[in-house]
Write a protein that binds this ligand. Structure first.
Ligand SMILES: O=C(O)C(=O)C[C@]1(C(=O)O)C=C[C@@H](O)C=C1
Length: 356
């Protein structure tokens, strides 16, 4: 067996040497890109370019490696090259171990400076103030719907959407000891409690449920007190030394959360983009129907429609609309112009590459 392995390992060594040489060449070119960008103060992170590179490797992938795996490798390669230009700082809802942190690494790779924040509000503040280059905030969950605080802050702040990333959300019930003996309360973010309510009703109907700022905070609390159980990701459980009572307790096995990357960067077209906007019309019969007519006229597909009560002002609701395409694509540009003209309120939140 050793005789058969040795020549194969020698070939792997030779290929690794070539890969390393090519990675170094790529890194040196990224440094040159960094110098060119520094001359014009151009942005280092270019989500549309990264999306094109990742889509390209999946299209050209000859196998046997899976598309998802080659994309993970190339995401890390770009992340490391980007860090040679500048290490990007990204604010997210902390502490470390939250799904928001996972979303940061999924989008930016691991060569990034994560800035954990205490609330979604603080993520927006850090991004607006320039303490962080970007922020990553949850915008909708497949079981629970919109994250209202994010929608409200998209409206109230000057940040724009530069990208999106969606990750599977699997919740585990965890305690210090790995058992529920002596546990009187289950802590988690209110969204996580809602996403596990059927399971909790069935298995622990008499244990108090307490909403806290984040699942990771619940994990910290459980790590300090054996009478508290936490619902969080297993990653958070590992981080805070918890034992798993039961894994995958979310009511929907396909539970996912979509996050958006917020910042000041207007992203260029990538070839497969989405545009997000907020609209309002006076509350009269047929007004919303008429408002949205330009989308149909110009053949632009709507992928999301969400309403939020307007707490002040003349209009009753704000409508959060996502459409397929980039604001610079001709049909989208024409539809947006008409929407802007018809709406009593219009705010373009951004055009950005569709997540992988
Ligand atoms: O093409 C660029 O603008 C680069 O800076 C290079 C590169 C890459 O490594 O491929 C790195 C960072 C950008 O976000 C996009 C791509």
């Amino acid at each position: 067996m050793t005789d058969k392995l040795t020549p194969l390992r020698e070939r792997i060594d030779a290929i690794d040497a070539q890969i390393l040489d090519l990675l170094s060449q790529r890194g040196r070119i990224a440094q040159q890109v960094g110098h060119v960008k520094a001359e014009t103060d151009a942005p280092v992170f270019r989500p549309e370019r990264e999306a094109q590179v990742l889509r390209g490797v999946a299209e050209r992938n000859p196998g046997p490696l899976k598309n998802q795996d080659v994309q993970t490798i190339f995401r890390e390669v770009m992340s490391a090259c980007r860090a040679l230009e500048k290490r990007v700082t990204v604010a997210y809802l902390g502490p470390a171990g939250t799904f928001s942190e996972q979303a940061v690494y999924q989008q930016f790779g691991s060569a990034v400076e994560g800035l954990p924040c205490a609330s979604i509000d603080e993520v927006f503040r850090s991004t607006e103030a320039g303490t962080a280059d970007f922020g990553v905030v949850p915008v909708e969950n497949s079981s629970e719907g919109a994250i209202n605080r994010t929608l409200d802050l998209m409206l109230a702040t000057t940040t724009v959407i530069s990208g999106e990333v969606s990750i599977p959300v699997h919740h585990s019930l965890m305690t210090k000891t790995g058992s529920m003996e002596g546990v009187g309360v289950v802590c988690a973010h209110s969204q996580a409690l809602a996403q596990c309510q059927v399971w909790l009703n069935l298995h622990h109907p008499n244990v108090e449920r307490r909403a806290v700022a984040s699942n990771a905070e619940a994990a910290v609390m459980a790590s300090q007190d054996a009478t508290i159980a936490a619902i969080a990701s297993e990653m958070a459980g590992e981080q805070y030394g918890l034992g798993v009572v039961q894994a995958h307790i979310q009511d929907d096995p396909h539970n996912r959360t979509r996050f958006v990357v917020i910042g000041t960067l207007q992203t260029n077209p990538s070839g497969r983009d989405r545009t997000s906007l907020v609209l309002a019309v006076p509350n009269t019969a047929g007004a919303v129907y008429k408002l949205l007519a330009p989308l149909a006229t110009h053949g632009v597909s709507m992928t999301r429609f969400e309403s939020r009560p307007a707490r002040i002002g003349t209009w009753e609701y704000y409508f959060y609309v996502d459409v397929e395409g980039h604001r610079q694509d001709a049909p989208v540009a024409r539809a947006l112009e008409e929407l802007h003209h018809n709406a009593a309120f219009f705010k373009l939140l951004g055009s950005y590459p569709v997540g992988l």
